[in-house]
Design a protein around this ligand. Structure first.
Ligand code: B12
Ligand code: SF4
Ligand code: SF4
Length: 362
């Protein structure tokens, strides 16, 4: 017989020692989330993330994904780097307004979170086993068809914001989620109330209007999708709206009033890497492939590859070229772009040609 109260309090203690910010327990019945998931797929909002459609309802059925699962231990981990200033949202907005600088979203400036969370969830699961004896379990963080926000919300780690991410009164939304599917019947922790009220700041802040209605995100318009998940050509009409965002996007979270409570990570892993602390577009554009691989070792950015990195940079350089007031700056940007005009990848070449054309008045 498991002492549930003791296990839950142990989980919080172990979780904290491992760098997690909060632990909960979710039930496995997510059937009320299925219509939302199906509606999202039916609208084609997943774009070319084919795996989202392929896995279908498995995503909402933990016991189908891992037979025998009776409960899900949920975890969240704050990721603001330890040195983040108090007025961090202002600092990020300011960088977004300087077109020649590169904006990499906060979550991706340090070590790949998949690696950080996965290992620590495994350790947490082993500690549970030491207490309760052998059990069946699987640990995930964005690594399998799982509705992570839904599980986290149901287990009281926060509420779903209108931007679709999980939010917490004491921590905003700048945290990752992970979970351990277990074959133990644990008592779920209670869901919390939602606190978005009448606010719609995230919807108004989205540069590409990707949040088409509260809780409805068209990934095809989202800069995070366009710069990370999408392999091909970026739609022309969205390029000018991307500004200097070259990997992911934080605008809906920067606009969220709850993120003044966002917490720093207890781990050094999310501290910005060398080369990604305050990069300019031109400096990153000049990285050749070995340099790209060197600077992004152990980072999530590496997975997009050098060509997609250049594609994203070309769009941002084009936007900087359009904005640049001084002829000398325009010249430097044009010169940098021209140096890769013969690039082997036709997608990089097309985005580069588009970028060069931004120098001309329409
Ligand atoms: C695919 C994906 C993306 C896609 C799509 C995002 C999305 N909102 O669906 C893209 C590439 C755009 C993306 C971007 C980002 N992501 Co992401 N992403 C995921 C992933 C892998 C799956 C999410 C998912 O299942 N989407 C499918 C839809 C159906 O889910 P949903 O929006 O939650 O839909 C529910 C409701 O909104 C509602 N609903 C939706 N549409 C409709 C329509 C109707 C008619 C109705 C009635 C209801 C309804 O019902 C649905 C089911 O409950 C998760 C990890 C995971 N395995 O869960 C990470 C995850 C959600 N992402 C994360 C992060 C950090 C981001 C970014 C912030 C990264 C960045 N800085 O660039 C951005 C934020 C963009 C945003 N506002 O969502 C974190 C979020 C942590 C948190 N605090 O919540 C997660 C949990 C990864 C992790 N392990 O930490 N992501
Ligand atoms: S991440 Fe950026 S583009 Fe995507 S929904 Fe949020 S604000 Fe819009
Ligand atoms: S910006 Fe406002 S509506 Fe959007 S998630 Fe935050 S509180 Fe909710």
């Amino acid at each position: 017989m498991i002492d549930q109260t003791r296990l839950l309090s142990q989980l919080q203690t172990w979780g904290q020692q491992l760098g997690f910010s909060q632990i909960g327990v979710a039930p496995v019945d997510l059937s009320t989330a299925e219509p939302g998931l199906l509606a999202w797929l039916a609208e084609g909002f997943h774009g070319d993330m084919g795996y989202m459609a392929r896995h279908g309802l498995t995503r909402a059925r933990p016991a189908t994904l891992v037979p025998g699962t009776l409960s899900v231990i949920t975890a969240r981990m704050n990721y603001l780097p330890s040195g983040t200033p108090q007025d961090w949202q202002t600092v990020e907005w300011a960088r977004l307004s300087r077109p020649q600088e590169a904006q990499v979203s906060v979550y991706a400036r340090g070590r790949d979170y998949h690696k950080v969370l996965r290992q620590r969830l495994e350790k947490l699961a082993q500690q549970v086993q030491n207490l309760v004896g052998p059990m069946g379990y699987r640990a995930f963080t964005d690594s399998a068809p799982v509705l992570e926000v839904e599980l986290a919300q149901r287990s009281g780690l926060g509420w779903r914001g209108k931007h679709t991410l999980l939010l917490n009164r004491d921590a905003g939304s700048m945290f990752f989620l992970g979970e351990i599917f277990v074959n133990l019947a644990l008592t779920p922790t209670e869901a919390t109330e939602a606190h978005c009220g009448n606010c719609t700041a995230c919807l108004s802040a989205c540069p590409t209007l990707a949040i088409v209605a509260p809780y409805k995100l068209d990934a095809r318009r989202c800069i995070s999708y366009l710069t990370i998940e999408h392999e091909g050509t970026i739609p022309h009409e969205l390029r000018p709206l991307m500004g200097n965002r070259i990997y992911g996007c934080d605008d809906c979270q920067l606009a969220c009033p709850w993120n003044k409570y966002a917490q720093r990570s207890a781990l050094p892993d999310f501290d910005p890497r060398e080369g990604l602390k305050a990069p300019t577009l031109i400096a990153l554009w000049h990285w050749d492939e070995p340099q790209f691989l060197h600077y992004t070792e152990g980072s999530a950015i590496r997975r997009i590859g050098h060509d997609r990195w250049l594609r994203n940079l070309a769009v941002a350089l084009g936007n900087a070229l359009r904005e640049a007031p001084e002829p000398a700056v325009k010249k430097a940007l044009r010169h940098a772009l021209a140096q890769r005009a013969g690039h082997a990848n036709p997608i990089v070449r097309e985005h580069l040609q588009w970028a060069l054309a931004q120098a001309e008045p329409a």
